[in-house]
Design a protein around this ligand. Structure first.
Ligand SMILES: [Zn+2]
Length: 387
C-alpha cells in the first residue's frame, strides 16, 4: 500500500469523468486520492514518489475476472491436432488434470506465479483464479491454496470442482462430492463457486443443485454458460442471481434479455473463439443489444485459451466481436470489477484502489489499433509501480 503521484499523463481515463488531458493521479496508502489536470496538482504532494508517464495514456488496471491459471503440463498436442482438423473436446481437460495432480505444490505454485507475473506485465491488477483441474477434494483445495498464495495483483479465488465429471466417477456421486466439499472450499479461501454447465459437462439441474448449495455456504456464484450449446444456463444464471455468466457463445436474444434483467454480467472470452477456431463472435452483439453489462476476460487456461494478456483479449473483442474501443476498454476494467462485485476496482475514482496501467501509447485506442506488440509500459498496483 504505497503513495505515488503519476504525472504528465497524456490522456487519463477514470470512468468517473470524461478523459482528462495533461493529467495527474495522486495515490495515498494504495488508494486514489486525487485526479485532475497536472497543472492543478495539489501543493502537498511534493514528498510523494513520482512516476513520469511522459505523455502516455493511462487506464484503470485490467480486471481479469475469469482465469484457470493454476495448472501443470501442456495441451500442445490438442492444439496441434485441432489445427490438423480436430474440434475442441472438453474431455481434453483430463490431460491437464493428470499433470496437475502429479505436480508438487511448489512446482504448481511456481508455474502459477509465473503466469500471473506475465498477466501483471500486461496490465492485470485484479485477477480471478479458479480451481478445476484437481477433481478430488484434496486436489481442488490444493489448487485453491496455490491460487490464494499468488503475489502481485489482487486475487480472488473460485471453487470449480464442477469443471467436468472425472471419467472414472459416477455423475451423481461426483455432484454430491462437489457439494460436500463446499465448506472446505470456503475454509481454503474461495469467494466464489463456478460450474461448467454445458453439453459434455454438467446439466442445468446439476448446476442448480451445486450453485444453490454454494450460495447457502456464503459463496458468490458464477457459471460457464452456453459455450458449446444452448442449454438454458443463461436463464439459470438469471434465476440464481449469479454475479456473472461467462462464455455465452450460443446464447440467444431471450437468454441475453434474462441476463440483462437480472443484472448478471456477461463475460466475453474472445481468446477462446480464436484458439478453438470456433468462429463464435456474434453473441457479443446479441448481449450488447439486450443491454447486458459486459466484461472481457482472458479465460487463461492450457486447453482453449493459453493467454495471460488482457490487451490481446481486448483486441479480439474489438476486431473479431465488433465492440467499439471504449466499450471494450470499459468491459476489461469496470466490467470485470462488476463481474467480481468489486466497487473499488476497474475505475480511478477517489477511494478506488490505486491500480492503473501506463500505456506504451499516447492514446488509449492505440492499445487496440497497434497489433502484436506490448501495449502496456508500466503496471501500478495499489500505488506500487511493478518492474
Ligand atoms: Zn473458463
Amino acid at each position: 500500500m504505497s503513495d505515488l503521484v503519476v504525472r504528465r499523463i497524456g490522456r487519463l481515463t477514470t470512468w468517473r469523468q470524461p478523459v482528462v488531458e495533461d493529467a495527474a493521479v495522486v495515490i495515498r496508502a494504495g488508494r486514489v486520492a486525487w485526479t485532475g489536470a497536472d497543472a492543478q496538482l495539489p501543493g502537498d504532494v511534493g514528498d510523494l514518489p513520482e512516476l513520469d508517464a511522459a505523455g502516455a495514456a493511462v487506464l484503470p488496471g485490467f480486471v481479469d475476472c475469469h482465469t484457470h491459471a493454476v495448472w501443470a503440463g501442456s495441451r500442445r498436442d490438442d492444439f496441434v491436432g485441432r489445427l490438423g482438423g480436430g474440434g475442441y473436446r472438453p474431455g481434453g481437460i483430463a490431460t491437464t488434470v493428470a499433470a496437475t495432480r502429479e505436480a508438487s505444490y511448489d512446482v504448481l505454485a511456481e508455474l502459477t506465479q509465473r503466469r500471473i507475473d506475465t498477466a501483471l506485465a500486461h496490465g492485470t491488477t485484479t485477477v480471478e483464479i479458479k480451481s478445476g483441474y484437481g477433481l478430488t477434494p484434496d486436489d481442488e483445495l490444493r489448487m485453491l491454496d496455490v491460487a490464494a498464495e499468488v503475489e502481485g495483483p489482487a486475487v480472488t479465488t473460485t471453487y470449480l470442482g464442477a469443471h467436468v465429471v472425472p471419467p472414472d466417477r459416477d455423475r451423481a456421486d461426483y455432484v454430491a462430492e462437489v457439494v460436500a466439499t463446499l465448506p472446505a472450499a470456503v475454509q481454503h479461501g474461495a469467494s466464489w463457486c463456478d460450474v461448467f454447465c454445458d453439453d459434455g459437462a454438467f446439466t442445468v439441474e446439476e448446476a442448480r443443485r451445486i450453485l444453490t448449495a454454494a450460495r447457502e455456504h456464503g459463496l458468490g456464484l458464477r457459471i460457464h454458460a452456453e459455450q458449446l450449446a444452448r442449454t438454458g444456463a443463461a436463464e439459470l444464471a438469471a434465476e440464481l442471481g449469479c454475479a456473472s455468466a461467462d462464455h455465452l457463445e450460443h446464447v440467444d436474444a431471450a437468454g441475453a434479455k434474462a441476463l440483462a434483467a437480472a443484472g448478471v454480467v456477461a463475460v466475453l472470452v474472445p481468446v477462446v473463439s480464436l484458439y478453438t477456431r470456433s468462429g463464435d463472435w456474434a453473441h457479443a452483439a446479441t448481449l450488447r443489444e439486450a443491454g447486458c453489462e459486459l466484461a472481457i476476460a482472458t479465460d487463461c487456461n492450457p486447453g482453449s485459451a493459453w493467454c495471460e494478456s488482457m490487451p490481446y483479449a481486448v483486441q479480439l473483442a474489438c476486431l473479431a466481436m465488433g465492440l467499439p474501443v471504449d466499450i471494450a476498454l470499459r468491459a476489461a476494467t469496470l466490467g470485470g470489477a462488476r463481474a467480481l462485485r468489486l466497487d473499488d476496482a476497474g475505475h480511478l475514482g477517489v477511494g478506488a484502489r490505486g491500480d492503473l496501467v501506463v500505456l506504451a501509447a499516447e492514446h488509449e485506442a492505440d492499445l487496440v489499433a497497434h497489433l502484436g506488440v506490448g501495449g502496456v509500459a508500466r503496471t501500478v498496483v495499489a500505488g506500487r509501480p511493478i518492474g
